[in-house]
Structure formats: C-alpha cells, structure tokens
Design a protein around this ligand. Sequence first.
Ligand SMILES: C[S@@+](CC[C@H](N)C(=O)[O-])C[C@H]1O[C@@H](n2cnc3c(N)ncnc32)[C@H](O)[C@@H]1O
Length: 256
Amino acid sequence: MIIIQVTCILKRESTRLNRLLTRSFRSDYKSIDWRKDWETIIRKISMIERCLPVSSVIDFGGMWGVDGLYSSICVEEFNIPRVTMIDKFESENWIQNPRLRANIDFRIGDFSDEVFMSSLKESYDLALAYDVLPHQRDPIHTLSLMLSKTKKFFLISQAILPEEIMPRNSLILLSGSRAKKLIPFHEKWTKEINYWANFSDATIMDSDHWLWGMTPSFIESLMAGLGWRIIHREFWRGWLPKSSKWKLCGLIFTKI
Ligand SMILES: C[S@@+](CC[C@H](N)C(=O)[O-])C[C@H]1O[C@@H](n2cnc3c(N)ncnc32)[C@H](O)[C@@H]1O
C-alpha cells in the first residue's frame, strides 16, 4: 500500500517536473546524464519546493555535473529574487552559455575557507548542500561555516551509509591514502574498504578527493548540536552502485 502511494507521488512529481524541465531547458545542461540522474534531480528540486516561499537561496557547490541547474530552477521557476551559487570550479558549459548564469550571483570560492566565507556579507533563507559534505576535508567545520550564512532551511542530499549496516552516529573516511588507518573496526571492515573505495573512481585514492561515509543519525546529531532540527527525510537508491550498502538521502532542517 505504502509502495503504491510512493510510486504515485513520484509519478505525479515526475510529470510535473517533466513539464518544468522542458526539452529546451534540458538541452542547456550538457553535463547532466538525465536518464541516470532523473529521480535524484526530481527529489532535489521537490525538496526546495517544500520550503517555498523563500526570498533568498545559497547553492553551495552547484556546478559539477549539473552546471548550476538547482540555482537556475530557483531563479527561473520558483522566482526567488536573490540566488547565490558558490563553487571553486567553473564548467566549460557554464562559461560558454550565458543563459545558465542569468540572474545567478555566482562567486568562485571555497566555502570551507573562513576568509572567503567572511566575504559573504548577507545570509540566506535557504541553503543547498547537495552532494558536497562528503568531499570536505573537515566536514564539521565547513558545515558550521555554511550554517552561519543560513537563516531558515538547510537542505542536504548525498550518499549515506544506512543505519541498518552501521553503528549509529558513524562518520568514516573512505578515501585517501591515510584512510585505512583512520577507519575503526579496521579488521572487520577491511574487505569492504576496497569496495567502498570503488564506489567512486580512480581518483578516490588521491587524498585531495575526500569521501566521508556518514549515517543519517550522524548528520542529524551533528545538525542538532549546531542548533538545527530535522523536519523531513527521504531515502532512495538512485544510481549508486552497490546499492545494498549505500543509499541516497534528502534531509531538510530548520533552525531550532
Ligand atoms: C559532487 S558535485 C555536486 C554538484 C551539485 N550540487 C549536485 O547536487 O549535483 C560537488 C560540487 O561542489 C564543489 N565543491 C566541493 N567542495 C567545495 C568547497 N569547499 N568550496 C567550493 N566548492 C566546492 C565542487 O567543485 C563541485 O562542483
């Protein structure tokens, strides 16, 4: 019964967003693999919709693979007057296609850097942290910097390690040459580490490419400690390989 209801909701959302993301709209976003990412894109957009109306948005790390799609939806479809996007990288498509950048206040910078963050003078009603926290050298410090610019809603979507297979409140570093030393229960998990490393690509062994595995309870506890309460959670399998271990999550927090 519940499965049927969820499928119906997803179908309805999908039809609505199919209208929203028209063929011409989609053709601008060249880096997106629409077939692979469709469900995740729908869910990430509908999470924003749940928080409307808001008058300002900050999209942390909105570039790679999506060329600013979520920022653009906030401007074009949700008519949010102030939209800022931060990334340390600019895609070719973003540089070459001015339509993608229209009415988005894009700042090149590192949101884990206190000096850069202090250059943002205003704060925002809603913040997007879509697939960024697992890649931070120090995710807790970076998260607190991101929250310092957010007034009402903080949206997280990323791959997580579900509670069923992990101890509660787990945070483990999966990538980087020093990772193995840092992983607790090393003996028990050694076999799985290689396969977790394979979750990403070859660059995973490069310690510049951080990949943290977090349980949802870890994220929620951390956010609670920083003064934020969860108001919505959803989980799906998405495109992830080895999806018996990994899931994707969508979490909405509001300030306590
Ligand atoms: C995995 S992509 C996620 C893209 C998009 N948010 C999405 O949901 O598909 C991560 C993006 O965040 C950017 N990024 C990660 N850490 C960053 C940081 N500390 N400062 C600025 N940009 C960062 C990367 O350059 C990349 O564009």
